[in-house]
Write a protein that binds this ligand. Sequence first.
Ligand SMILES: Nc1ncnc2c1ncn2[C@@H]1O[C@H](COP(=O)(O)OP(=O)(O)O)[C@@H](O)[C@H]1O
Ligand SMILES: [Mg+2]
Length: 321
Amino acid sequence: MTYDPMYDLIPAHFAHELSGRPSMGYVSGEDWIDDLPGLIADLLAEWELEPIGRPSSGVCAVVIPVRLLGAGRDVVGVSGEGVLKITWPHPEAATEHLALQAWNGHGAVRLVRADPSRFALLLERLHTRDLSNVDIDDACGVIGDLLRVLRRPAHPRMPSLTAYALRQADELRAAPPVLPRRYLDQAAALATELAERPAEERLLHTDLHYTNVLAAYRSPWLAIDPKPMAGDSAFEVAPALWNRTDELGTGSQVRWSLRRRLEIICERAGIDEGRARAWTIVREADNAVAAAAGASGDATSQAHARDQVSLAVTIIKAMND
Ligand SMILES: Nc1ncnc2c1ncn2[C@@H]1O[C@H](COP(=O)(O)OP(=O)(O)O)[C@@H](O)[C@H]1O
Ligand SMILES: [Mg+2]
């Protein structure tokens, strides 16, 4: 293989991680990684971008800091800097640009341009600081405030939360007993109930946790990475509960910590707590079943699945008591 300088823009652990992913309706992780250097080079040339810093990556995307040499500089402000985010194609990422367009920079990162066919976005550059090290009560306050700012009417092209709930009702009922049966049955019943009594449909940020909120110059905090859907705002609370879990404490503190996070976010966002608890139970049951089903034979993957399942039990219990 000849050396391609674009490989320097792809973090090695990201390439390794992605290589194991089977296609989710588009392209396998391995084939995508093979084509990624060419894709980066094409986008840098077409969009007139110069790479200027160390790339970061999340679970599914590589994010390259860039200077805008051509169009779009008016959108990013005086710095002239942005980031090129290229995501491994999967359904959740297909509508990210539409949600960012709808928010138009209010409460969320600004979108400069997008090429949905290549899952490529050019975004304004934010700081590297996120909510991971902010006092947990304050961080939950920020998340609640952002959810209120981000609230918009549903967008017609977003995946429907009601359809998700109906699917979960069937899947959780039929799932193997990775969780105590009563929790799976409860989650399935709640999913049916939530689908039958829908709340007003909104544009949702379904992944608003502590590393998906970044500091900025023009606003203290902005949301990124929305994985948008259309449906009940109460769905949006759970990711702030299942992240930063090493700070939940032990014994009876755990329930208290989780309920406090839930209360702060619901109060600040104007979300009904009962519905947020119900959605959290459904989402955690879904996470546990998916983690158990997705675990491969190796010990690390098995251990990860066990952790996910035990976290789900902890959170579901805390939502019930
Ligand atoms: N606009 C931005 N400015 C600066 N850094 C960013 C920006 N968007 C994303 N990042 C960095 O890239 C990481 C991954 O991006 P993200 O959109 O969260 O993708 P993923 O779906 O992979 O989690 C973020 O956690 C953050 O560190
Ligand atoms: Mg992210």
